[in-house]
Design a protein. Structure first.
Length: 142
């Protein structure tokens, strides 16, 4: 379909809400990256263990996930490249969560309650990729 169709109002509402969601992810990443040593020591042991034990490649995946999510949401302002950027963001989420739950055994450290937010992050990343593909199919992206 030609990119001439005008997106409905709900498209913009969803896009802004997902931008805000990913903005929270960026704030969490930056807050963690710039956390002073005393604040890190004040964290619960399980959380501190996960942060300190995270290899550089998993931290890079975290950055790709959150910054890619924000960039992809901004590109939803009608750019087809949103799909590729959101796919990269989803890949970052999968790598980051794969490390946390398969290699670092986060489930054992944080328990079942600690899986709620990661599940929401994963669902949000999958949703955004679907949403961008849906927008392209409807002709809302150039």
């Amino acid at each position: 379909m030609a990119p001439s169709a005008k997106p409905p109002a709900w498209f913009w509402i969803v896009g802004v809400l997902m931008l805000l969601w990913n903005g929270v992810g960026v704030m969490a990443y930056v807050g963690e990256a710039m956390m002073p040593a005393d604040a890190l020591q004040a964290l619960p042991e399980a959380q501190r263990t996960l942060i300190l034990g995270r290899p550089a490649w998993a931290t890079a995946a975290y950055a790709v996930a959150v910054f890619g999510g924000v960039a992809g949401c901004l590109l939803l302002i009608r750019r087809r490249s949103a799909i590729a950027v959101l796919a990269l963001s989803l890949l970052g989420v999968l790598v980051q969560m794969g490390h946390a739950f398969l290699l670092a055994d986060a489930f054992r450290l944080v328990g079942p309650g600690g899986t709620v937010l990661p599940a929401l992050v994963l669902a949000g990343a999958f949703f955004l990729l679907w949403f961008a593909r849906h927008a392209r199919a409807k002709g809302w992206l150039r």
